[in-house]
Ligand binder design. Structure first.
Ligand SMILES: *Cc1c(COP(=O)(O)O)cnc(C)c1O
Length: 443
């Protein structure tokens, strides 16, 4: 190879462009999940060769500081040695049995200890966040004998048919209202309310509360960019659902183990009936889980009559990665430190945006954050959509050229890991200063 060992321009070079062209012939859009295709920011995506700590290396030889964190799971940084070793050890003993294992009991017990709504309750493992939310809704419907559900405009809960209504980020970025291929009949029972508008939920419950099985929310929304709950909102939802016999589901696929040991429900002190988990729970491997109140979870087969299954559910290699990750989090309790570092990063970004007279509204909860290119406050999806996505695209491309790998959409959250040290944050802020100067100059 004639290329230098590494450089920091992360834009797709010859090798990535060749791979993307080849990929596009055999994979729809060249990617296995839509947002990876860079449609909303322009340019071809760099292909990733490997990752370690807070850095990724592209097929073009660029070394980048990563704020995607594989879309949330990489809270320990990439390729944490203890996690990698646990995976290798598990793999040597067989990749899958489709039979019960001791590790499944261990992770279930740990989850029921860490997550408040699982205490004294039960949990079922599956393979993805999508499976977790789909299954939690099925159980809620089976338990209540009701059909309707409420979700929030712009919130994303995976790609199950019933939840592909007003689904935010990926689909929002593509300008697809929901999705083709989802029959109207499948989503007639999916009601949508604006995030942070308790009046809207109250009205729906007054009109049809007797028919509503569940309300599913991202307790801190990550999929329209990071949009926290307004003070008192989660409490009000808890009270309304309790009174109406509606199952409150916190989709903590993104926030679980990220915002606190027990997720957003611990941070805000509100306990839902059911919780869905994913991302960090698999430490980079495909794992999802749903659990909560014992009386509800006892409706799941083979105890109850709500069917849900999976050939690879509780997979020993995936569970080994998840267990190792959760144990490290238990030991290191990194949340206050993550919060401190993320605050420094976000304060620094806001300062530089102001210096270069760019519109910027920063949102952040712990190590989840977004910089919206606008001046207004962002409390729901309508607010988020007022952002200047053209400016975001320019900023994204400048940052990539400067060695910083951000999520390729204005409507995604950024993530910090424990591997993002002070030096990485300082480099990021230097890059942002140059990137914002360039964006401002080209306005
Ligand atoms: C990522 C995500 C999902 C979907 O998880 P997959 O593993 O991608 O299926 C569901 N809910 C939330 C809140 C998520 O962030």
């Amino acid at each position: 190879m004639s290329k230098p060992d590494h450089h920091h321009d992360g834009r797709a070079g010859t090798r990535s462009r060749e791979l993307f062209a080849a990929a596009s012939k055999v994979i729809p859009g060249g990617v296995n999940s839509p947002v990876r295709a860079f449609k909303s920011v322009g340019g071809d995506p760099p292909f990733v060769r490997r990752a370690n700590g807070c850095r990724i290396w592209t097929e073009d030889g660029a070394e980048l500081i990563d704020y995607v964190g594989t879309w949330g799971p990489a809270i320990l940084g990439h390729a944490h040695p203890e996690v990698v070793e646990a995976v290798q050890r598990a793999a040597r003993d067989g990749l899958s049995f489709g039979a019960p294992t001791a590790a499944e009991v261990e992770i279930a017990e740990l989850l029921c200890e860490m997550v408040p709504s699982l205490r004294g309750g039960m949990v079922r493992l599956c393979n993805s966040g999508t499976e977790a939310t789909m299954s939690a809704l099925r159980v809620a419907r089976g338990f209540t004998g009701r059909d309707k559900i409420i979700k929030m405009d712009g919130a994303y809960h995976g790609h199950a048919d019933v939840l592909l209504v007003a689904p935010g980020s990926g689909a929002a970025t593509l300008g697809i209202p929901g999705s083709a291929g989802v029959p109207e009949l499948v989503v007639v029972d999916t009601l949508v309310a604006a995030w942070n508008d308790i009046g809207a939920v109250q009205a729906l419950i007054e009109q049809q509360g007797e028919a509503i099985a569940a309300i599913i929310i991202e307790p801190v929304v990550g999929n329209m960019g990071c949009v926290p709950p307004r003070p008192g909102y989660l409490q009000a939802l808890r009270e309304l659902t309790e009174r109406a016999g509606i199952v409150l589901i916190f989709d903590e696929v993104m926030t679980g183990f990220r915002l606190a040991r027990g997720g957003a429900q611990e941070l805000y002190g509100i306990t839902p009936d059911l919780t869905t988990l994913g991302k960090i729970i698999g430490g980079g491997m495909p794992v999802g889980a749903y659990g909560g109140r014992r009386d509800i979870m006892e409706r799941v087969a083979p105890v109850g009559n709500v069917y849900q299954a999976g050939t690879l559910s509780g997979n020993p290699v995936a569970v080994a990665a998840g267990l190792a990750t959760l144990r490290i989090l238990e030991r290191e309790r990194p949340w206050p430190e993550l919060d401190r570092r993320a605050q420094r990063l976000c304060d620094g970004l806001a300062e530089r945006a102001s210096k270069h007279a760019l519109p910027w509204t920063g949102t952040r909860v712990g190590s989840m954050f977004t910089g919206f290119f606008q001046h207004g406050e962002v409390w729901n999806y309508e607010d988020a959509k007022r952002s200047d996505t053209r400016l975001f695209g320019a900023y994204f491309r400048e940052m990539l050229a400067a060695g910083i790998y951000l999520a390729p959409s204005q409507f995604e959250a950024g993530f910090l890991s424990i591997a993002h040290d002070d030096a990485a944050i300082a480099s990021t802020l230097d890059a942002a200063d140059r990137a914002m100067a360039a964006v401002a100059a080209a306005r």
